[in-house]
Design a binder for this molecule. Sequence first.
Ligand code: 13P
Length: 250
Amino acid sequence: MSRRKIIAGNWKMNETPTEAKALVELLKPLVNNPDVDVVYGVPAIDITTVVEAVKGTNVQVAAENMYFEEKGAYTGEISPAMLVDAGVKYVILGHSERRGYFHETSEEINKKILKCFEHGLTPIMCCGESLEQREQGITMDWIRQQVKVGFQHVTADQAKTAVIAYEPIWAIGTGKTATADQAEEVCKGIRDCIAEIYDTDTAEAIRIQYGGSMKAANCKELLAKPDIDGGLIGGASLKAEFAEIVNYNK
Ligand code: 13P
């Protein structure tokens, strides 16, 4: 089965609303690949501006986090209904920076994933190992655990529409990309894990991205791999280079 590629930017904590508008305008004439789903993952404060700025293009907007409660006394948090109302379609969840700096657990990420589906949002669940874990040879055990807990109580039909981003922590923001073979090995391992939890149809449908120093110079090789269905791009999503990644097959 052929899966549609999904190339997403993760802007992280970059771009004020004014800068966000300028970045969308810079990318607008350059990002135009009908073969690819394009997503801008943007800080909460930029969402309204970016949703407005991408109108009339095929770009969708992602939030970088979301809370799992419906509403109430959770100062500083953002609810699923708020994101839906603002025009968001995807939510990046469980990024290693959120797991690391903000102590998010796979159990919490699981609750957020379930909430996404309740509200018609598509989760992009991040997973990935540290350098120490890779050196200890426990990469796949760790990632399988992250996927299994993250997808608890998610139905096969829901899982088919989800996105998983494999992001080795040692490759994020370091300029050190996983080789295409390393990335493919883990993305295939994630697909096998989904087949074990559900079935081969679900495994064939779910989209798995690679993230970690993906850039114009290495994206073609990564995206040519059979189990890599796209990219989650940090640094290179903040400049014109992002368009070269989106247009990787041109
Ligand atoms: P870089 O592309 O800057 O390495 O970041 C990857 C990432 O964390 C995307 O979520």
